[in-house]
Design a protein around this ligand. Structure first.
Ligand code: A2P
Length: 264
């Protein structure tokens, strides 16, 4: 064992309980949830490994599991020469990683003014916070309709989201009525699929609203949560503002909220 391996004795060590590789660019993993750890659906925490000098090398990761689960789930990109993910992608069940127990973030229901319909717009691993939120029963009490839009490069990269939505049907905590409130719209940009095109383009050209048979975004009834690459976030913010939506925060709820998906 090298000196920089995280062990059960390392500060804030948590044990890996599951690892799944979805594509050569994407993997997910779970850790055993520390007994006293609480978070709000949609929040992120800092996690990682020790670097070659024994110092914590941590990155922000959205918690992708529901707040009632015994495991804490995460969804990650593999960056070939990324300081953290090039090593994190090799973790195995039983290994330890570091997880700081301070959940934070703006992709929370508290940062939004109540509304009728909520859109969750993600690219790539930006679906992670929504994987937590869409399994939160409170979401379906607060909103009549929940629309999850996930844009990826190709169909293989949609697998995580597809399985997530599929397994919700077997979840006793998510009632049948909640499932009727949820619409899942996966789209691809570099391979043809049922819905081809970036979420931003589908909104700009109106295709999204015709697919859903609803009126375009309105500050009166629609709320938007955005999580993806910097470029997507910037474009989506611009679109939201064009429709008259105002950005929210924990301290001042608004019509939309945005957070950068983890990269690196
Ligand atoms: P595209 O294939 O046109 O670049 P990545 O895996 O590189 O993070 O990308 C995930 C998805 O996000 C891709 O489908 C990509 O589309 C899309 N994307 C990239 N930039 C934007 C943007 N500014 N607005 C909307 N979608 C974007």
């Amino acid at each position: 064992m090298t000196s920089f391996t995280v062990t059960a004795q390392t500060d804030d060590a948590v044990r890996i309980s599951e690892v799944r590789h979805w594509t050569d660019r994407l993997f997910s993993f779970s850790v055993e949830r520390p007994a006293s750890f609480r978070f709000r659906s949609g929040e992120f925490i800092m996690l990682g490994l020790l670097d070659e000098r024994g110092k914590p090398l941590l990155r922000a990761y959205s918690i992708a599991s529901p707040s009632w689960d015994e495991q804490l789930g995460f969804y990650s990109i593999k960056v070939p020469d990324g300081p953290l993910t090039s090593r994190l992608q090799n973790i195995q069940i039983g290994d330890f990683i570091i997880m700081r127990k301070k959940p934070v973030g703006t992709l929370v229901l508290d940062a939004l003014i109540p509304g009728k319909r909520i859109y969750m717009i993600a690219t790539g691993t930006g679906i992670a916070p929504f994987a937590s939120l869409i399994r939160d029963p409170e979401l379906y009490e607060k909103y009549e309709q929940v629309i999850l839009i996930h844009t990826c490069r190709d169909i293989a990269e949609l697998a995580y989201g597809k399985e997530l939505v599929e397994t919700m049907k077997e979840n006793p905590l998510i009632g049948e009525s909640a499932l009727k409130q949820l619409r899942y719209l996966p789209s691809t940009t570099r391979e043809d699929s049922e819905i081809t095109g970036r979420a931003t383009d589908l909104i700009r050209n109106g295709e999204l609203f015709s697919l859903l048979s609803v009126a375009p975004f309105s500050p009166e009834q629609d709320r938007v949560m955005i999580c993806g690459s910097m470029a997507m976030n910037t474009d989506m913010k611009e679109i939201c503002e064009e429709f008259g939506l105002v950005e929210g925060a924990n301290s001042q709820p608004g019509h939309y909220v945005v957070e950068k998906a983890f990269v690196g």
